[in-house]
Ligand binder design. Structure first.
Ligand SMILES: NC(=O)c1ccc[n+]([C@@H]2O[C@H](COP(=O)([O-])OP(=O)(O)OC[C@H]3O[C@@H](n4cnc5c(N)ncnc54)[C@H](O)[C@@H]3O)[C@@H](O)[C@H]2O)c1
Length: 311
């Protein structure tokens, strides 16, 4: 197949390409916010093409679709830094929502029918219940969550109007080698600068599930092997409990072999405005397909800390 991946130079996209390229031709479209380091090993591969463009440019994207016969699109490009997006709503409007809108228009024009979309737990907003795919009343509390939920709505309309086959996964926190941001990345960098003191955003009790990136990629590839008309939506996560920020701090300190580190808390129950401090997923639907993650949340955190320290 000829596969086009948006955001393929990013953290998750680059891992997805590593697997897809084993049996497909892959076209990566990315504006390279984090550079090319995640895909540098692919640049001489004859099954790989890179186009450095901003996806919100309809004409440039249309040209790429015209010059390549695309069978399937994986749309991962977005602003992935919620804290950065919190400072300026335009960031998520452009990189998270408008990228989706332009991509859908180009797919419509070029009659490309198959789409995978990377959505997020942030679409649910703050809810005190276990979240499943039918949880009603989604009220995002960040611009990022709003832009992803709007993208889902727009995708739904294009799927119906253009007879598309769409799969949407709502990711939890995703971690592993090549991380570009997030709590593990942040703690390791802070402790490298000052091994005696760790500033923790929030009260440390925030608790979320963390999935290992290769478990996620495995599910994406398995589930997109057969695409159905309309929309298939899955929550994806680990089995068992999430990991608290305090547990992450302890694991990072332990793996860095540090002693007597003082934790300093910024205070409130959340790291920043727009953060959802706790959530938990019901993943019965995806487990019923036969897919199962290898790692639970704490194992994924420890493995990622080892990966990042070894990079
Ligand atoms: N990492 C997580 O924990 C997580 C959780 C939930 C959902 N997601 C979603 O998964 C996807 C991948 O996330 P990631 O962590 O790999 O992010 P990432 O930031 O590492 O990668 C995103 C890529 O998209 C590209 N991009 C952004 N805007 C673009 C634009 N306008 N035109 C072209 N390229 C553009 C960036 O250059 C980057 O390479 C995103 O859609 C993100 O919202 C990630």
């Amino acid at each position: 197949m000829n596969i086009l991946i948006t955001g393929g130079a990013g953290f998750i996209g680059s891992h997805l390409i590593d697997k897809l390229i084993e049996s497909n031709k892959v076209i990566c479209v990315d504006k390279l916010i984090f550079g090319k380091s995640n895909i540098s090993h692919l640049l001489n591969n004859s099954n790989f093409k890179l186009y450095e463009i901003d996806l919100t440019n309809f004409d440039l994207l249309d040209e790429i679709f015209k010059n390549n016969s695309i069978d399937m699109v994986y749309h991962l490009a977005a602003n992935s830094d919620i804290q950065k997006g919190a400072l300026n709503p335009d960031i998520d409007f452009n990189d998270t929502f408008l990228t989706t809108k332009v991509l859908l228009d180009v797919m419509r024009k070029n009659n490309v029918k198959n789409l995978f979309f990377s959505s997020t737990s942030a679409v649910y907003g703050e809810k005190n219940e276990i979240l499943n795919e039918n949880t009603p009343g989604l009220r995002p509390v960040s611009y990022y969550g709003g832009a992803k939920l709007s993208s889902e709505a727009l995708i739904s309309s294009y799927a119906a109007m253009c007879d598309m086959n769409v799969m949407i996964f709502r990711f939890p926190n995703v971690i592993g080698p090549r991380l570009t941001h997030g709590v593990i990345f942040d703690f390791i960098n802070k402790l490298k600068k000052n091994p005696k003191r760790l500033e923790i955003l929030g009260n440390g009790l925030q608790c979320k599930p963390y999935i290992y990136v290769l478990d996620l990629v495995d599910a994406i590839i398995k589930m997109t092997k057969s695409m159905n008309k309309g929309i298939d939506l899955y929550n994806i996560s680990v089995i068992g409990n999430g990991t608290t920020v305090n547990e992450i701090a302890d694991i990072v300190v332990d793996e860095m072999k540090l002693k007597d580190v003082e934790y300093i808390y910024s205070g409130s129950d959340r790291g920043w405005k727009g953060d959802v401090p706790k959530f938990s997923y019901d993943i019965t639907k995806i487990l019923n397909t036969g897919w199962k993650p290898k790692y639970n949340s704490n194992e994924a955190v420890r493995k990622t800390v080892k990966d990042v320290l070894g990079e």
